[in-house]
Design a binder for this molecule. Structure first.
Ligand SMILES: NC(=O)c1ccc[n+]([C@@H]2O[C@H](COP(=O)([O-])OP(=O)(O)OC[C@H]3O[C@@H](n4cnc5c(N)ncnc54)[C@H](OP(=O)(O)O)[C@@H]3O)[C@@H](O)[C@H]2O)c1
Length: 297
């Protein structure tokens, strides 16, 4: 059984250092505690978030939690993306890595920064076109055998890339993290949703609210915003965010939104609404059409 089988929501820590409260260990710990109060036990990270500083923030925040809270908390983190930045000396160009030595080194570094003994779910952040699937799968399996990682998965892979990795390993790919939302629904047509449903593999939905762009600024989202507002009024919901998140719940694969807000009240409202609101089929399709700007055939 996948470690995420009982999970309906994850909180994503990517933007933590952009918020004056969560950028401090005590404020970050407050949000972790709020997550646990809301039965959100899984926290999403990546080694590259602020060059490792977000993972380190998590590690420092743990000192503010009690033993019971620490026992419940699980982390997802990722490796594989390299780009020029002060934390990645010698990197001249954006590239991806999936070789064994690199995976081993990055997992060790993440464990240290996060201050945990085990990564609950370890993801390859992006598909490396140069991936030697046998080598990559062995490295991930070795981490599982050593107890450093409970399960592994992928992020932003195509179904063909997933198949190649899966064929190289006896362990199931435990989850696929992709951008999927009412605003970005290509996974419905390119097989990623079907693959997840068929393999009972959870889909972790990154940027479920289009990274905040849904709420203003971009004209591209005006039609879907108008439709979300109409459904929100019909359902007497607290915001269009609630309707956009609920849209994911109708999908026929186990889809888990990664909530990216740094505001505790917003997190609570979104989590509660997500669990309460169910869209009917016609509203679901109306939102899809509004977002795509075209009727379904
Ligand atoms: N695997 C990948 O390649 C990948 C890529 C991107 C992200 N991720 C993961 O996915 C997580 C979630 O992504 P995300 O942060 O883009 O999620 P998101 O929920 O789509 O966007 C979060 C942003 O929207 C804002 N927001 C949320 N609700 C709002 C509302 N009602 N009104 C106005 N603004 C609102 C938040 O601001 P406030 O904080 O002010 O609420 C925040 O800036 C990340 O933390 C990261 O862990 C993974």
């Amino acid at each position: 059984m996948t470690p995420l089988a009982q999970t309906d929501l994850v909180w994503g820590a990517w933007r933590a250092r952009q918020n004056q409260h969560t950028r401090e260990p005590s404020g970050f710990a407050d949000l972790l505690a709020r997550c646990l109060d809301l039965d959100i036990d899984w926290i999403d990270h990546a080694d590259i978030y602020d060059d490792g500083a977000v993972e380190a923030l998590h590690g420092e925040a743990l000192a503010h939690l009690d033993a019971e809270q620490l026992k419940r908390l699980h982390v997802i983190t990722k490796c594989g993306v390299r780009f020029p930045s002060p934390g990645q000396p010698g990197v001249r160009t954006v590239h991806y890595r999936s070789d064994a030595a690199y995976i081993q080194q990055q997992a060790e570094a993440s464990l240290k920064r996060l201050g945990v003994e085990q990564i609950g779910l370890y993801l390859l952040h992006r598909p490396d076109y140069l991936m030697r699937a046998d080598e990559t799968a062995r490295a991930l399996e070795d981490l599982v055998c050593a107890g450093k990682v409970a399960a592994y998965g992928a992020s932003n892979f195509s179904i063909h890339q997933l198949s190649r990795l899966q064929a190289a390993s006896d362990l199931p790919i435990a989850a696929h993290q992709i951008e999927i939302s009412v605003c970005e629904s290509s996974a419905l047509d390119d097989g990623r949703l079907d693959r997840a449903a068929q393999a009972s593999m959870p889909l972790l939905a990154w940027s479920p609210l289009a990274g905040g762009r849904l709420f203003g600024g971009s004209d591209a989202f005006a039609p879907v915003r108008a439709c979300l507002e109409r459904v929100q009024q019909d359902m007497d919901a607290g915001g269009i965010d609630e309707i956009a998140l609920a849209w994911l719940k109708n999908l026929p694969a186990h889809t888990i939104p990664i909530l990216g807000t740094m505001k505790p009240e917003r997190l609570e409202r979104q989590a509660n609404a997500y669990r309460q609101i169910t869209l009917d089929r016609q509203d679901w399709y109306a939102l899809l059409e509004a977002a795509r700007g075209a009727p379904v055939p």
